[in-house]
Write a protein that binds this ligand. Sequence first.
Ligand SMILES: Nc1ncnc2c1ncn2[C@@H]1O[C@H](COP(=O)(O)OP(=O)(O)OP(=O)(O)O)[C@@H](O)[C@H]1O
Length: 845
Amino acid sequence: MSLPLTEEQRKKIEENRQKALARRAEKLLAEQHQSPGSGSSIATNSSQSKQGPPPNLPRDPSKPVNHGVVFLQQNLNSSSNGNQRPPNFHSFHLSSPGQSFQKTLAPFFRQPPRDPGVEAKAARPCTSGQNISDTNCGSGSATPGTEGRRPQKLGASLHKAGSSQKGMCIRSGGRFQVKIGYNAELITVFKRLPSRSYGNEPSVLAAQSLPTVTLEPLEGAEDSRESLSTGGVAHTCLPSAPSLAFVKGQCVLISRARFEADIGYSEDLMALFKQMESRSYDVKTRKWNFLLEEHNKLIQSVRCLPQVQLDPLPTTLTLAFASQLEKTSPCLTEPIPEADLSGVDPKLVSNLLPFQRAGVNFAVAKRGRLLLADDMGLGKTIQAICIAAFYRKEWPLLVVVPSSVRFTWEQAFLQWLPSLSPDRINVVVTGKDRLTAGLVNIVSFDLLSKLEKQLKTPFKVVIIDESHFLKNIKTARCRAAMPLLKVAKRVILLSGTPAMSRPAELYTQIIGVRPTFFPQFHAFGLRYCDAKRQPWGWDYSGSSNLGELKLLLEEAVMLRRLKCDVLAQLPPKQRKMVVIAPARISTKARAALAAAAKEMTTMNNTKRQQKEALLLFFNRTAEAKIPSVIEYILDLLESGREKFLVFAHHKVVLSAITRELERKQVPHIRIDGSTSSADREDLCQQFQLFEKHAVAVLSITAANMGLTFSSADLVVFAELFWNPGVLLQAEDRVHRIGQASSVSIHYLVARGTADDYLWPLIQEKIKVLGEAGLSETNFSEMTEATNYFYEDPKQQKIYDLFQQSFEEEGSDMELLEAAESFDPGSASGDGQGNSFERRLVSYCS
Ligand SMILES: Nc1ncnc2c1ncn2[C@@H]1O[C@H](COP(=O)(O)OP(=O)(O)OP(=O)(O)O)[C@@H](O)[C@H]1O
């Protein structure tokens, strides 16, 4: 404890304090008068402070307002306590232990019951001086009954008449100790403090049950006590001024019809709120909210309050919700009108599922500009084609997609729009191709950035598949696409995962759809990304006001349905044929394939030679597909696919995939013929329980039975297998008991390879089984558009050869063995081909 001050010292301290406070009050007044709306440096941070109910404060605006230091106290409280309350306790703002004291303990103490007798007295400004900090003054009206009774203020809520429990705070390095007898309420308070620790000395918290508490503040606060005791005289030195309690906050949208005022407490503001007809107080958030139609009125009225800065809703929101702002009685759910799709191919329209039809209606209601963010596998492609077809008169159409699915999109157009002549579809394959050669032009993101300069007249209708590929504004793909979106009349963005980790990723997609929204990223960042200034610049990686962002997206930008929302409309399995890019097949692989195909059709070849050629063709196909398969898997991962199975059966393919996953550090398991039974189960369990993204790389023949992978809902077949029964069994690793979702199955099919023959072969077999009631019939429906009519008789011959070979008794095992041991290096004659040759001989003998 410090030595008691002499009378002379007290007087001197008091004089200095009064001078300092008067100077500060003058300065603040001057600042406020200069710029009433620019109190940011001193204003309460609205995101931290809430307009809590002020049960401890006089609510009647006619009551006297506090002056000067109350303002400081309020700000201090609000910045140290996110759940701001009106100041109702004394705090002692000292060095670090004292700050910790104030930040942690103080907010838990309530003010004593109001004593009307002292309230008027308390309303006088507290101006007692201090020589440590200006902020340690009592809060005037907030603590009316405590003035001059120093320690009781901290323990006020625990104080009961008739007895008293005394304790004190003692500084101890960077912490402070509380020495006091046992008190259950106080213990509860302590337990809520994150920095608490319990000393073993019995003196720290002795187990004595006493009903009241008096807690002596830290030693350094001695001067503060003096200030409190003399507070009553100091007010005469302050200029008579209006309240300096400057509060700042913002309006935030909380529903389609209402917004709330996120702002600290102010009596004047409260009085204003009470004039709003639609006012409502949320006890949970402790904030007031109003109908949007009262937004402008409230903002205008608040402008008349010099001590209040309430920022209106951003212009983007007022524009997006203009109908609500202008309405007298808000209609919350306006029905979306049914779009007239009579101009669109009936085949497409009749196939739309009800939720897909609703998606098209939404898009047309938004005048063809939207982000369709349906969950993966819900058929965004068919919806996008339908929306684009609705605006067919404005074509040519540009479709920008990941390069691995360019040909799948071509197939989808052929499948759903029979009225579109195939030769009007232009798939851009190289940087030398023309971007505008077709009526429908399909290009990859990467080629777009090379070819955009070709564009003389802009596309009026643009589809961007996997639009989250544009999330980074600095990338070449984004820089190429954004100007196109800005000038296009219709913009259809598609993504099952528009933002994978933070709201900042949505910005480009939002302005892609609505270029006038948030013209500056910084404004978006401040509002929705909790932007923070760092020594190196601004950090936009956070998130804030997410509820409002969701409302804005749903109102004006995005339509998103989850699988679980529409599960009843979905089939249990959705199969998709993915035509993988032939351009990725190297010239060497192409030449090898051509050579093998030629062998199969050479007239004078023996049956054995033909089979050798067929097997080589089959193996070369595996080799040729590897780059496209890997590209597709990486695109899936980039698109946010978390868990999926990849089936293949050539070792070279399985190994190439696992190598790439290792390189990219993607968690994965592999089960092939060499995996022991015990390991199979373990690996399967690992995959099932793994919570993040993971890929199971599986051999079609070694892992198509007895394993459950129901934690995934996507199966990718990197290779085809001639026996559809084996494929169906493999599909069912995922589609089985425990699976709560509709399962997506992607078959990767490469043109110009053995897949051209295997795929129709599989279709044919499935059809036969289906007709006999032994298989699902819809397997083949997905490939309706795939025209496997072989114009070239040689192709028909190859098909026949495939059919005969794979239907022969025992062919499976022979073929499998040959495939398993296929080594591309060896077959190209580099001296390691013995084993392959041996297998061929064994297969064919
Ligand atoms: N109405 C429909 N009729 C028939 N098939 C449909 C329908 N809707 C979707 N499909 C099929 O479902 C599969 C998945 O559709 P699509 O690829 O468009 O989904 P997606 O939402 O784009 O998924 P992802 O986000 O994974 O790309 C495709 O094979 C597609 O043809």
